[in-house]
Design a protein around this ligand. Structure first.
Ligand SMILES: NC(=O)c1ccc[n+]([C@@H]2O[C@H](COP(=O)([O-])OP(=O)(O)OC[C@H]3O[C@@H](n4cnc5c(N)ncnc54)[C@H](OP(=O)(O)O)[C@@H]3O)[C@@H](O)[C@H]2O)c1
Length: 293
């Protein structure tokens, strides 16, 4: 198969939507997948095909891959869909932790399993997994999110070696701080899980940090990551990792230079240093919107 056709998950927002626009403008056939089809409709043009996909639902993943196969197959997959489930480990229901893994790791893994026969037939096949700088660094109240991204990093390294005999390249993209819906979702989940209870004083400050980060104006535009994804998809010899976006490289450098305890101290200070956080907007009695065990 010679055509350039890519499936991009998480296409209804942020990095995914920017990547759909960029690759479509480059003439690629793009399958734009997500749950919110109304958002995907806004991306539609001759070479963009909306695809309903819920990564927590195996039947939905199978149906999406079947659709791709009947349309001629894809030469690349960008596993971008994901969200940040935040909260103290003691507070987050394991059902929510499992859902976090379903979306950020197992859903991507299942897509890869099912689509590999299509990729094997392609001319320059690629898998691009959107991890995070959070796949290499850690912060308080982000245990489940970081666990999924650390896992995706190791998963991608093993996969890259397994798929080398077939000429299928596997790349990891590690965004830093990007202006999308991600921060608001992470903040809300943190406050829902730990906005009350014994972790509340620290969790609320961390939520304030997430808020202030969104408001600060130094986050990168999603197209910065879309550009890295384009490089991973089109370079003759792609890099194994692309770290880019606000703060990504400095944070990775600091992680490699500092001891665990020094890095903990730096991240804790950043987490707790917020004064004007806005977290008081969250009512202390708000019920958790997350599924309960
Ligand atoms: N923004 C950042 O600062 C940042 C930094 C590092 C890494 N990242 C990573 O970048 C990726 C894209 O995030 P973003 O920043 O663009 O966030 P975003 O604007 O919130 O977009 C997330 C996308 O994931 C999709 N999604 C969520 N749950 C899903 C499910 N169950 N099934 C299918 N799709 C699902 C959403 O679509 P629907 O809700 O319509 O299904 C949406 O299109 C994520 O993997 C994130 O972890 C982001």
């Amino acid at each position: 198969m010679t055509r350039n056709a890519v499936l991009i998950t998480g296409a209804s927002s942020g990095i995914g939507a920017a990547s759909v626009r960029r690759m479509a403008a480059r003439g690629w056939t793009v399958y734009a997948a997500a749950r919110r089809l109304d958002r995907l409709a806004a991306l539609e043009r001759a070479n963009v095909h909306p695809l309903p996909l819920d990564l927590t639902d195996d039947a939905s993943i199978c149906a999406a891959v079947d659709d791709l196969a009947s349309d001629g197959g894809v030469s690349a997959i960008v596993n971008n869909a994901g969200y940040g489930s935040y909260g103290a480990v003691e507070d987050v229901p394991l059902a929510e932790a499992r859902r976090q893994f379903e979306v950020n790791l197992f859903g991507a893994a299942r897509l890869i399993q099912l689509a590999l026969p299509q990729l094997r037939r392609a001319e320059r096949p690629r898998i691009v997994n959107i991890s995070s700088v959070g796949g290499r660094i850690h912060e308080p109240f982000g245990a489940w999110y970081h666990a999924t991204k650390f896992a995706l990093e190791g998963f991608s390294d093993c996969l890259r070696m397994e798929l080398k005999p077939f000429g299928i390249d596997v790349c990891v993209v590690q965004p830093g701080g990007i202006r999308t819906e991600w921060g608001g979702i992470a903040r809300d989940s943190l406050l829902a899980s730990s906005g009350t209870g014994v972790y509340a004083p620290w969790a609320r400050r961390h939520a304030g940090m997430l808020d202030n980060t969104q408001a600060a104006g130094w986050l990168s535009d999603p197209d910065v990551i879309a550009r890295a994804i384009e490089q991973a998809l089109t370079a003759r010899h792609p890099r194994t990792r692309y770290a880019t976006g606000a703060g990504a490289r400095p944070l990775l450098l600091l992680r490699s230079l500092l001891s665990d305890r020094l890095f903990d101290a730096m991240m804790w200070r950043g987490s707790q240093a917020q004064r004007n956080s806005g977290f008081d907007l969250w009512p202390a009695t708000a019920p958790s919107p997350l599924p309960q065990p």
